[in-house]
Design a protein around this ligand. Structure first.
Ligand SMILES: [Zn+2]
Length: 130
């Protein structure tokens, strides 16, 4: 085998960045978290078809945090997209709140394509390592 020497320092730096979020252009740390959303029901605004679920794992990005009595409350946004049977793409931005740390809940939504009938339950996505 003919392998190039590995730049360990660079690899560790990359791991550190991956572990704690991504450095954005303006040098602030962007925190992202992977959350699972379940039991969402929404209606297409175009054909009014009701959609139920399915469970989805979405990447949420932290868009704000504030100090409360029991620690930090973080707000996240995650983008959900689907295509309705009427061929209309539906996008929904779900908001999630984390407070106290590690406890997630749905914090609202924004969508111009879909009407949310039942807001999803939001929980931390656990990677199952086999
Ligand atoms: Zn539709």
């Amino acid at each position: 085998m003919n392998r190039k020497p590995v730049d360990i320092g660079r690899q560790l730096k990359q791991l550190a960045v991956d572990g704690f979020g991504v450095w954005s252009a303006n040098k602030t740390v962007m925190i992202t978290t992977t959350l699972q959303i379940d039991k969402c029901q929404y209606k297409c605004r175009w054909c009014h078809k009701l959609h139920v679920g399915p469970s989805r794992v979405l990447e949420f990005r932290c868009v704000g945090e504030r100090e409360l009595q029991h620690g930090l409350e973080r707000t996240y946004e995650g983008d959900f997209s689907a295509v309705c049977e009427c061929d209309q793409p539906l996008t929904i931005t779900f908001l999630a709140k984390e407070y106290p740390e590690g406890v997630f809940g749905c914090g609202g939504h924004r969508s111009s394509d879909a009407e949310i009938i039942v807001e999803p339950t939001v929980r931390e996505h656990m990677e199952i390592l086999g």
